[in-house]
Every structure is written in structure tokens, then in C-alpha cells.
Design a protein around this ligand. Structure first.
Ligand SMILES: NC(=O)c1ccc[n+]([C@@H]2O[C@H](COP(=O)([O-])OP(=O)(O)OC[C@H]3O[C@@H](n4cnc5c(N)ncnc54)[C@H](OP(=O)(O)O)[C@@H]3O)[C@@H](O)[C@H]2O)c1
Length: 275
């Protein structure tokens, strides 16, 4: 399977590039800007991949509140351009979305067919991408995921932020009333590769490491595994309202009802931090 990976320098893109090895082609912004419809269409046609995996995204959740058009163009309309190009070649497109397309009011978590209702500009831009994807091709795997960490990309993951703060030794406040599933990009990439390999039907999938936690308990787990002594105190999301421009879902839990369960989030985190 010759896979073309877009956003190949990002955290998830790097995992796919490593996983597919020689059979993959990786492009990031320097090779092609996915918001350039003519450019991306011509380049995909020229590369003749058997599948495209789109990991490119505008991922600054708070920044999107002020840069709505950049978020809409990259996360929304560009997805339509890539989908149209793939449709023209008759090849499948794997695309990623987020738990932030949901409003977070559903404590028991969201199933794949639940109706999105994003609360932030980032969430709205990712939902636009979901719509553009489905409008332009039927051969899609739309993978919603959450709270990624793994190989460092441009944006620091929560794990990296905590480790940096922890090394400074200062007390940390972490939110105790927002919940989701921390997800290791290596596990996600492997699960997606397996899903594609066995030709699961096209459609929407929810893939995260199993179980869920709060930012507070996630932070505590990171420091426990790394044996770093830090004073972490639990605060309510409300306390961060001034610091975080975007609203986040309170319960951003994605129920995976269609594919095999990934390993528990704390087990994956341990492997990541110990290797
Ligand atoms: N990170 C999370 O916690 C999280 C949670 C849920 C879902 N997701 C989704 O999972 C996917 C992968 O996320 P990630 O964390 O691996 O992303 P990432 O590390 O931010 O990587 C995204 C990559 O896309 C590139 N890119 C951005 N705009 C582009 C453009 N116009 N043309 C070409 N390349 C462009 C970026 O380059 P620059 O650095 O130059 O911009 C970057 O290398 C995304 O769809 C994301 O929305 C992420």
C-alpha cells in the first residue's frame, strides 16, 4: 500500500511515516499547502498514491478563536480539496477529527453517530472538515480522536508541557472537571493501519486509548511514572476561563463501538514515558 501522508512532520504524521516506512511518502507544508486546491490536486494526481492519510491540521485550539479563517481553511475547506482529489483517483482518504466537535454534555460519552455540536472555533472548523470530507468522497475513514501525545510536533502536547513545568519544580494547577482519553499517537497510527488493512467499511470511527481521565489525574500519572515530585492541585475549569480563550467539552469521551479497543491510556502513557 503506497500511502501519502499529509502533515508528515506533525506528531501523528511522524508515526505513520515510521509505520509505513519505505512504502510511504510524507509531505508537510514545505512540499504542499493543502489550502491550495490546484496545487494539492495536481500533486496528489502526480504522486499516484493508493491511499492518502491527512494528518495536516490547524491545532491551536485557543488561537483558532482569533484566527477563525486560518482554522476554517486548513481544518475545513482544504479537507474538501483533498477528498475531491482522492475521489477523482478512486482512492481512500483517512482523515482525523476531534472530540471537540461535541459539546461535552453527555457524561456517558459520544458514539460515532451522535450529532456534533462544537463549542469552539477549532471544533467548528473540524466539523466543517467532517462535512467537506463526506460531501466530496464516499471512500473515507473519518477517525475522531482526543488528547494526543507522542513524537514532538510543532505544538507541545500536554505531556510535554507537564514535564517542562515539572522540571521547574513549581506548583501546578490542573483541571479536575474536564474528561477525555489521553491517546498515544503510536497506538492510534497502529490501530488505523489495522483498520485500513482489514478493509473495515468506510465511515466514522472513534479511536482513543481505553478509559478516560481528567487533566488533573493525567498530570498526576505523568509525574508518578517519571518519579518527579511536584505539587499538583486540582482546580475547576472555570479557574482557567481567562487563560483559555476556547471552551472545551466537559465530557469529551469518545465511545468506540465499531473497532477493537486500544490498550488502557495509563499503560500506553507508561510505555511512552519509559522509552
Ligand atoms: N493534538 C491533539 O491533541 C489532537 C486531538 C484530537 C484530534 N487531533 C487531530 O489529529 C490530527 C493530527 O494532529 P497532530 O497533533 O499530529 O497535529 P500537529 O502535530 O499539529 O501536526 C500538523 C501538521 O500539519 C501541518 N500543516 C498545517 N497546516 C498545513 C497546510 N496548510 N498545509 C500543509 N501542512 C500543514 C503542520 O505544519 P506547521 O507546523 O508548519 O503548521 C504540522 O506539521 C489532526 O487532524 C488533529 O486535528 C489532534
Amino acid at each position: 500500500m503506497k500511502a501519502l501522508i499529509l502533515g508528515s512532520k506533525g506528531s501523528l504524521g511522524q508515526e505513520f511515516l515510521e509505520l509505513y516506512g519505505n512504502s510511504a511518502l510524507g509531505w508537510d507544508r514545505e512540499q504542499v499547502d493543502i489550502t491550495d486546491e490546484a496545487g494539492i490536486t495536481a500533486k496528489i494526481a502526480e504522486a499516484k498514491p493508493e491511499m492518502v492519510i491527512n494528518c495536516a491540521a490547524y491545532n491551536d485550539v485557543d488561537g483558532a478563536e482569533e484566527n477563525r479563517s486560518a482554522a476554517e481553511n486548513i481544518n475545513g475547506y482544504a479537507v474538501g480539496f483533498v477528498a475531491k482529489a482522492c475521489n477523482g483517483l478512486g482512492i481512500p482518504l483517512v482523515h482525523f477529527s476531534t472530540n471537540y466537535v461535541f459539546d461535552g454534555g453527555k457524561q456517558e460519552g459520544y458514539n460515532e453517530d451522535d450529532i456534533p455540536n462544537p463549542r469552539s472555533a477549532y471544533g467548528k472548523s473540524k466539523l466543517l472538515g467532517e462535512i467537506e470530507l463526506q460531501k466530496n468522497t464516499d471512500k473515507f475513514y473519518l477517525i475522531r480522536t482526543a488528547w494526543l501525545y507522542g513524537k514532538p510536533g510543532m505544538k507541545k502536547s500536554f505531556v510535554e508541557v507537564m514535564l517542562t513545568l515539572g522540571q521547574k519544580g513549581q506548583p501546578i494547577e490542573a483541571i479536575e472537571d474536564e474528561f477525555a482519553s489521553p491517546t498515544y499517537t503510536k497506538d492510534l497510527a497502529e490501530a488505523v493501519a489495522a483498520l485500513v488493512k482489514i478493509d473495515k467499511p468506510f465511515g466514522i470511527y472513534h479511536l482513543t486509548n481505553a478509559g478516560f481521565t481528567s487533566w488533573y489525574d493525567w498530570a498526576k500519572e505523568i509525574f508518578a511514572i517519571k518519579n518527579i515530585e511536584v505539587n499538583v492541585s486540582a482546580v475547576e475549569a472555570q479557574k482557567f476561563a481567562g487563560k483559555r480563550k476556547a471552551a472545551r467539552p466537559k465530557y469529551g469521551i469518545l465511545n468506540n463501538t465499531k473497532f477493537i479497543e486500544l490498550r488502557p491510556w495509563a499503560e500506553a502513557l507508561k510505555e511512552y514515558l519509559e522509552t
